[in-house]
Each structure stands twice: as C-alpha cells, then as structure tokens.
Design a protein around this ligand. Structure first.
Ligand code: AMP
Length: 283
C-alpha cells in the first residue's frame, strides 16, 4: 500500500518511526510529471532501501520570475499511479504553504560551483534547489537519496552541500534515461511541438560527436565546441544557451582535454529550455 502524505508534520512522524525501527529510507525528490528517468531512480531506490519515499513538489523558489513555474507540467493523477505501480511506499505531496510557511526566512547557498553553467543564467535557481533539498532531508530523513545525471550541476551542488554541512545521507547519481533518438527524458519535453521534438534530438547527436572526437584524439575543447555548434546550427529551431567542457567536480571550464571531462549544454528549443550532458574520459 502506498501512503500519500500532504503535511510536514505527518511526514516527519512517519519517517521518524521508520528510522527508529532501523529501516533504510531511500528518497527520490522530484517535481512530478514523472517519466522513465524518474522511474529509474525509484527502481534503484526500491532495490537498495527498505522504504521508498518520493516527493512531488514544484518548488517555486528555484524558478526565476520570468521562468515557467506556472506553466511547469503538473500531472498529479498520472504521477500517483506511476508511483504506486513502481512500488513507492510513501508519496509526499506538500503544498507550497506547507514547505514555505509564513515566516520562512532561511536559505542554503553553495558558492562557486553555482556561478558557472546554469548558475549565471538562472540567478537564485541553485539556492532554491539546495534550500528545498535541505528542508526535505529533515522531513523525509532518508539515509540515501537518488538523483539523475541529467541535472549534472544540481547533483554536484547537492553533493557539496551534503559534504560541507555533514549531512548524514548517501547520494546516488544514476545515468540519464533517453528516448530512442537520444533526447534526454524531461518533464519539459511535453511542451515541444512535433517539429521541435524532432529538432531537439540534435543535442544528443552533438554530445555524441563530441564523445567521438575525444575518443579519436581531439584534445582542444575549442575544437569540440566549434564542431558541436556547427551541428546544432543546422537545426534552426534550436538555440544554444551555453556549451561547456568542464571539470567533473569543480565545473571549471577546461581548454585542454585530459582525464575525465563533462560536456554540458543548455539550449532553447522554441520556448522550452533543455539541458543535457555526458561524461567523457579521454583515452
Ligand atoms: P525533476 O522532476 O526534473 O526535478 O527531476 C527529479 C530527479 O529526476 C532529478 O534528480 C533529476 O536529475 C532526475 N531526472 C530527470 N530526468 C532524468 C532522466 N532523463 N534520467 C535520469 N534521471 C532524471
């Protein structure tokens, strides 16, 4: 039986009891409109925890004033059904007032690694993410949390927060689940028109090309980025916001490629902003 919980008070009481019983809580935080990417996290949580807890909360503080908070896809019924079928034990679906009650004044900020990639383009975004994740940790009390590589920078930022603040939680990052043409699954893909959806697959092809170039010996980041831009330009519906070859932990831009690098991008496909990345180790 899946239990649906709406209040912090009840959620905390339930997670406290489970912890007292010595059982392992595996937690998957989401914003809902669930897809195979989310389900892969739930499946792994199911495999390695006693109790699987999922939260669905479209977190207003991680959206900028001009961003798609209102238009973000919401599918509460479909989500509930998918969670039930995936064997979720606890589904936490709080309201905004429940997570940010009147008088909420605190935020958690990770410096430095939030000043690159998506950081400057989405001011306040990562502060919103770390604040809600820290809050959810105290409510859900998980021993393990499951994140997707799709949001690479988000995972790095959350890892840093957990390390710096000595939070007692193990972070598991799982590979990006993709559509058959390579497009990374995302709740926002539902906003794409048929033509945009087709055009969007160029992003993964560009990442694959980058991977191939590095495998064949290319060691200049500029050469890789130039080739990627050239490819993406062939799709007039797709506009690159940034392209980066960066260090997997510091997220600092690299010029010469050696060891492992992350190739990360953000692009607009029509009015929809998509991100994707791959991790490449130079031979
Ligand atoms: P979201 O609901 O988009 O905030 O995502 C919730 C969690 O699911 C985050 O840890 C994401 O990184 C992860 N996620 C989203 N899309 C995918 C995907 N295509 N493959 C794997 N994980 C994903």
């Amino acid at each position: 039986m899946m239990r649906i919980i709406k209040t912090v008070k009840e959620m905390k009481a339930v997670s406290s009891r489970i912890r007292k019983e010595g059982r392992i809580i595996g937690f998957v935080p989401t914003m809902g409109a669930l897809h195979e990417g989310h389900l892969s996290l739930i499946k792994e949580a199911r495999r390695v925890s006693d109790v699987v807890a999922v939260s669905i909360f479209v977190n207003p503080t991680q959206f900028g004033p001009e961003e798609d908070y209102k238009g973000y896809p919401r599918e509460p019924e479909g989500d509930r059904k998918q969670c039930k079928e995936a064997g979720v034990d606890l589904l936490f679906v709080p309201s905004v007032e429940e997570m940010y009650p009147h008088g909420f004044l605190t935020s958690v900020t990770v410096a430095g690694i939030t000043d690159v990639l998506c950081g400057p383009l989405r001011p306040g975004h990562f502060r919103g993410v770390t604040t809600i994740v820290a809050t959810l940790f105290h409510v859900m009390q998980p021993q393990k949390i499951f994140l997707g590589q799709k949001d690479y920078q988000q995972a790095v930022v959350i890892k840093r927060m957990v390390e710096d603040l000595n939070m007692a939680v193990e972070i598991v990052v799982l590979p990006t689940v993709r559509e058959t043409d390579g497009l990374a699954m995302s709740s926002r893909n539902s906003h794409l028109s048929h033509r945009e959806r087709q055009a969007a697959s160029v992003l993964f092809r560009a990442l694959q090309t980058a991977h191939d170039m590095i495998s064949k010996g290319e060691r200049r980041a500029s050469g890789v980025k130039e080739e990627m831009r050239k490819m993406i330009r062939t799709e007039t519906l797709v506009k690159v916001e940034y392209l980066s070859l960066c260090h997997p932990e510091t997220l600092q831009e690299v010029e010469g490629i050696s060891g492992t690098v992350v190739i990360a991008l953000a692009a607009w496909v029509g009015k929809t902003r998509l991100i994707d990345n791959i991790i490449v180790t130079a031979p």
